[in-house]
Each structure stands twice: as C-alpha cells, then as structure tokens.
Design a protein around this ligand. Structure first.
Ligand SMILES: [Mn+2]
Length: 441
C-alpha cells in the first residue's frame, strides 16, 4: 500500500462507531503519558498532557485557544476517552492527535533519518519496516533518508550525523545516548558500549515513581528477539496498533537469516529461497547506496518479486557463479578426519565464502578449521556444525580456543587473524587448533 498518506489512518479512526463508554484504567492513562512524553513535543507543552478527559483542558491551559484547533482536539480526545479500550490503539491515537495538532499549527513535517545495520538482511528489513511503521502509525515525517552503519572499534555515531531538525531513528544497531535520537529498536546482546549508556537507556524507560519514562514509547530493546525486524513488528502491532499480517514471509525469513536457523546445510549453501539470494546480494553490496535500493521494497512486495527486480537479477548471476566456484575450491581442499574438517585456500585470496560450505560437503563433521587469505590478513575460521547431533554439553568452546591464539568469537564460531605476511604462523596455529579438536572426538 502507499503509506505516504499520513491522514488516512486518522480518517479511519473517525469513522469508528462509538462503543459503550467505560471508566478508563490508570494503566492506560499512564501509557498515554508515556506516548506523549518527551521527544520533540516537549517544547509544545504536551509533556504533561493527559489524554483521558484531560488533554483538551491541558491544551487550553497551555494556550492552544484557536477554536478550530480545539474542536478537533476535543473530538479526538472524546474518541480516545469513550471509544477506545485497547491500550495499543490508545497509544496510536495519541500519536495521531499530536501529529494533527502540529499540522493544524502549520508546523512543517520534517525528514526522518534512519540509521540501520548495513550489509545485513535484518538491517535492511528493519529499516523498511520502521519506515512503514512510522508512516502508518506516527506520520510526523514528510520524507526519510538512510545511513548505513558498520561495527568498528571506537565511537560508532558521529553526533554531527544526527539531524538537528526532524527525527533520527536507529534500527538493528547499537544504542546512542544522544538527545537527538528520537527512535531506537535493537535486539543485539551487546547493544550498549558501557554501563553508563545502559543506565541512560533505563532512565528513559521508567520514572522514579514507576510510571513510564519519557522514552518508554520511543526506545525499544529486547535481546531475546532473533531479529530486529520481528522486534519492530511486535512493538508496532502491540503498542501502536499496526497491522503486520501482510508481513509474515518477511518476519519468518528475518528470523532464519539473522539467527542462522537454516533447516540444513543444503538450504544454506544451495540458496533456493529468495531470502537467501537477497541476503547474499545485500551482504556483498559494495556500498550503502545498493542496500538502500532494497529498503523501500522489502515491506512492499513478496521477496520473490524483490529478487525479480532487474537491478537484482543483474547482480545475482555473477555472485552465484563466484559462490559455486567457492564450493568447488573447498570441495577440492576439504578433508574430514576424526570429526574435524580442514582446508587451506590461502593460495586463492578471497574476500569471503559461505561459511556453511564445509558442512554441506562433509555433513558428518563436527568442527571445521579453515585457513584463508584476504587483502589484509590470514584468517583461521573455526566453526561448529550447526546441524551436529552432539549435545551442546559435549561441544568445545570455540571462543575460548581462539582467544588462546589471540582471536575470539562466540561459543560455536570464532576466528584468529594473522598479518598478511605471517602465513606460516597461521598454518601452525591452525594445526594446533585441529589437533585439540580431534583429541576431543
Ligand atoms: Mn539484527
């Protein structure tokens, strides 16, 4: 659907027929305070606004006296008070009400800048879903632009990149305590750089008296979600009343790709599903401009249709060719012995290969230790077969092994890097890792 029409939802709400009026609970009252609190409405004295029977009075008191304006606000307030019992719809109506007021005041709608995780399927889907959510449920932006973010050492956000006017949203990427950030959605375990940032986030969520804090309806974090896309969908539908029923396919694949929950090595390597091919194109995109061509499409059409776009088709052929060359090269070199698959492709410099290839070729392997070379390093990749039948308690801690050689990672996968000229050192370390893993089998 074309969601540019920010007023559409507003009209739909007005067409609702009144249901029986009931007293409104204190929880819903507090929730709306949260919805109205903080952010860019602060200067407009809406901060202390209470929706239920109170918003019109507050608005009067705060000097919104024009009759035409008040009439509308009173009408919306009546709807909220008398017709809406459901908290998510209430919160959504609060946004629409604020938005309408800004419009009536003649305030220009501004740009919303979305910072997203670049070269990542979930990052692109999150940016797409956030945009649609903002258009359908918030409606305060006239346009959107995008900034792709990459993980690196040190500070990630440049304060000057956040817009002074308009909104700044971060999705599927680390927290920023900047007061210019108006929205944040993330699901990464390591979302905060330090304890101070985390305290800053918590303070915005809950006030000292236990009521929702000024950022409770602006910043959302839950590391239990497999993808940020499903996390945004959950918040948008439960707290803002967004209809996400048309996005089932997208949400399903965002979880599979971001959680590496492929059903088999065959599915991960042969990449039959459109989402897998799109992931390959997005991950290998040479610049953010290419990723940003996908953002408007991901929530507007089925994934097969995104894949069928001519600009995508042009890229798929050469990428799949390179991918199958990688499979053949590793097939020639890979060798399984006592549960460990090993291969050395340092003589064929590459900027990366599909990390499930070893298990596709040798499904009975428990671990894989691969030696490769890129333009800037020699790399030992150490991994555990995601489809192994072994119980987790019997598996080696890969992070711990890699750390001993100056590398790192997670419990199941890790890596050790060596300078580009230290190929022999890398080969020796790889042999020791292989020996250690074989001795466990
Ligand atoms: Mn993610």
């Amino acid at each position: 659907m074309n969601a540019h029409d920010g007023g559409k939802e507003h009209r739909e709400e007005e067409e609702q027929t009144p249901a029986g009026a009931k007293a409104v609970g204190a929880d819903e009252d507090a929730m709306c305070d949260g919805a109205l609190g903080g952010g860019w409405f602060e200067g407009r004295s809406l901060k202390k606004g209470r929706c239920f029977g109170g918003l019109d009075r507050v608005l009067r008191r705060e000097g919104f006296h024009e009759d035409c304006l008040l009439e509308e606000i009173v009408e919306i307030t009546r709807m909220i008070r008398e017709e809406e019992r459901d908290g998510s719809r209430l919160a959504r109506l609060c946004w629409l009400c604020c938005n309408r007021m800004l419009e009536l005041e003649g305030c220009a709608r501004l740009n919303c800048r979305v910072f997203y995780h670049d070269n990542c399927f979930d990052g692109a889907c999150s940016a797409s879903l956030f945009t649609r959510f903002h258009r359908e449920c918030v409606g305060t932006a006239s346009s959107f632009d995008y900034v792709g973010m990459k993980h690196k050492a040190g500070a990630l956000f440049e304060e000057s990149e956040f817009q002074g006017d308009g909104e700044n949203a971060i999705v599927d990427f680390k927290y920023s305590p900047s007061p210019k950030v108006t929205w944040w959605f993330d699901h990464h375990q390591s979302a905060f750089m330090n304890a101070e940032e985390e305290a800053n986030f918590r303070a915005g969520q809950v006030n000292a008296d236990g009521t929702p804090g000024p950022k409770a309806m602006r910043e959302f974090f839950d590391p239990k979600y497999t993808s940020c896309t499903t996390w945004i969908a959950h918040i948008a539908s439960t707290k803002f009343g967004m209809d996400v029923s048309s996005l089932t396919e997208l949400l399903h694949w965002a979880d599979i790709v971001d959680g590496a929950k492929y059903e088999s090595a065959k599915a991960a390597v042969e990449m039959e599903a459109p989402a897998m091919k799109l992931t390959m194109v997005i991950e290998s995109a040479p610049d953010s401009a290419l990723v940003q061509k996908f953002i408007p499409l991901m929530t507007e059409m089925p994934l097969q249709e995104v894949l069928d776009q001519p600009f995508v088709q042009e890229l798929i052929g050469p990428l799949m060719e390179r991918h199958w060359e990688g499979v053949e090269l590793i097939r020639e070199r890979a060798h399984l012995e006592r549960g460990v698959i090993t291969f050395d492709i340092t003589d064929q410099p590459t900027e990366g290969y599909n990390k499930f290839i070893p298990y596709y070729l040798h499904p009975e392997g428990t671990y894989n230790v691969g030696l490769s070379k890129s333009s800037f390093r020699n790399k030992i990749s150490v991994g555990t077969n995601p489809w192994t039948k072994k119980p987790a308690s019997e598996l080696a801690n890969i992070a711990e092994i890699c750390e001993r050689f100056g590398g790192g990672g997670h419990a199941r996968v890790g890596a050790i890097s060596f300078p580009v000229e230290k190929e022999d050192d890398a080969r020796m370390a790889a042999a020791q890792v292989v020996m250690e893993l074989r001795d466990r089998e």
